[in-house]
Design a protein around this ligand. Structure first.
Ligand SMILES: Cc1ncc(COP(=O)(O)O)c(C=O)c1O
Length: 382
């Protein structure tokens, strides 16, 4: 992946990640200034920015927003990034700031499990919601007259992939805006704005921050008017990250390239090991050459993520497997340095078989992790 990491030229991803968003060096000041805890800022006279009130702006967010923008859209000055309290806060900000009663929106029917809740709320506000599965670019069938196309690729938890460039062209030809949930790929795996999207939206709670200790979301967009509405929505709802979370996130981004390289390479090895197991069906990892997502993924992704999905023969087998794992926590979420896995059906929100396991590969030594998985499969075989 070394060439791929260079993307559109300039420094490699590791170099960009460690320096992302840093201010110009100032003698006797730290490299990354600490969190600024402030509800209000000194403001004599006319109330002009940049910093007036802590719900509107904060210097710690500014640096983080710069960092994320540099990774999502390297070399571009025409994009803006806004950080939020969580991924859902960011998603809601785009949906509810862009859509009005009478508008139509296309959502995935196999995306993150809180999307149906957003759907119900949109419908309650008089917005028409159409859905389409992620794979096979099925969104094309329901685009006519839509104001916004929402894509989640790869989808969580099914790991289907759609062709962002093709869908963005079709949506723009019909006057619709396009938002891509980039949570699973991270900006080092996929850059939606370069593929034609208007917004890259993500939960920074996952691999972007990667330690399972921060909730965060962001929106990066290139349409100034649309982003002004997203900013206004953040102000209205107050869905802002705390300065400490924002600072932790920025600090974590310095190791993003190291983490994704390690975790994603191990995910590939785990997928290859699982492919050899007779009790594993429905194995999905977009990096596997024979995965149904691989062709499109290899055209638009630079890395394939740290999540592997598969199905064990029964609910009992999956529960036993998860309990037998020693290096993997049975927990939801994904993207952290410590591997986690869960039987996704336990939530009831995803259309998955009872034995479906979503496995998030961490930064453990690959040999140790794979040995643990194979042992847990063996001890639950009989
Ligand atoms: C693809 C995707 N988008 C958005 C979210 C929501 O993010 P958060 O939990 O930070 O609100 C999640 C959470 O799992 C997710 O998987």
């Amino acid at each position: 992946m070394n060439d791929a990491t260079r993307g559109t030229g300039g420094p490699g991803d590791g170099t960009r990640a460690v320096r992302a968003g840093l201010p110009e060096p100032v003698k006797h000041e730290p490299t990354l200034p600490g969190p600024v805890f402030a509800a209000h800022f000194h403001l004599p006279g006319d109330p002009t920015g940049p910093y007036t009130y802590g719900r509107d702006e904060n210097p710690t967010w500014t640096l983080l927003e710069r960092a994320i923008g540099e990774l999502e859209a390297p070399g571009r000055d025409d994009v803006e990034t806004l950080v939020f309290a969580s991924g859902m806060a960011a998603i809601s900000a785009v949906l509810f700031s862009q859509l009005r009663a009478g508008d139509a929106v296309v959502l995935p029917d196999d995306g993150y499990q809180a999307l149906p809740l957003a759907r119900a709320q949109l419908e309650a506000y008089g917005i028409e919601v159409r859905t389409a599965p992620t794979g096979g670019d099925a969104q094309l069938e329901v685009l006519d007259g839509a104001k916004l196309l929402w894509i989640e690729t790869p989808s969580n938890p099914g790991l289907d992939v759609c062709d962002v460039r093709r869908l963005a062209e079709a949506a723009h030809a019909r006057g619709a805006l396009v938002a891509v949930d980039n949570t699973l790929a991270t900006p080092l795996g996929q850059r939606p704005l370069e593929l034609g999207a208007d917004f890259a939206v993500a939960s920074g709670t996952k691999q972007l921050t990667g330690h399972g200790d921060v909730l965060l979301g962001y929106v990066t967009g290139r349409d100034a008017e649309a982003m002004a509405a997203v900013r206004r929505w953040r102000k209205i709802t107050g869905a802002i990250p705390g300065p400490m979370e924002a600072w932790l996130a920025h600090r974590s981004i310095a190791t993003l390239q190291l983490r994704v390289e390690r975790q994603n390479a191990t995910a590939m090895r785990l997928a290859e090991a699982l492919r050899e197991r007779p009790e594993v069906t429905g194995l999905r990892y977009p990096g596997l050459p024979d995965d149904p997502s691989h062709k499109i993924a290899s055209q638009q992704m630079r890395r394939y993520g740290c999540v592997v999905s598969f199905t064990l023969p029964s609910r009992e087998r999956a529960d036993g497997f998860l309990e037998a794992l020693r290096l993997v926590d049975d927990a939801t979420s994904f993207g952290g340095v410590r591997s986690t896995a869960e039987r996704r059906g336990r939530w009831g929100g995803d259309a998955v078989p009872e034995g479906f396991v979503r496995f998030s590969v961490g930064a453990e030594d690959p040999e140790d992790l794979i040995a643990d998985v194979l042992r847990a499969l063996d001890v639950t075989a009989g």
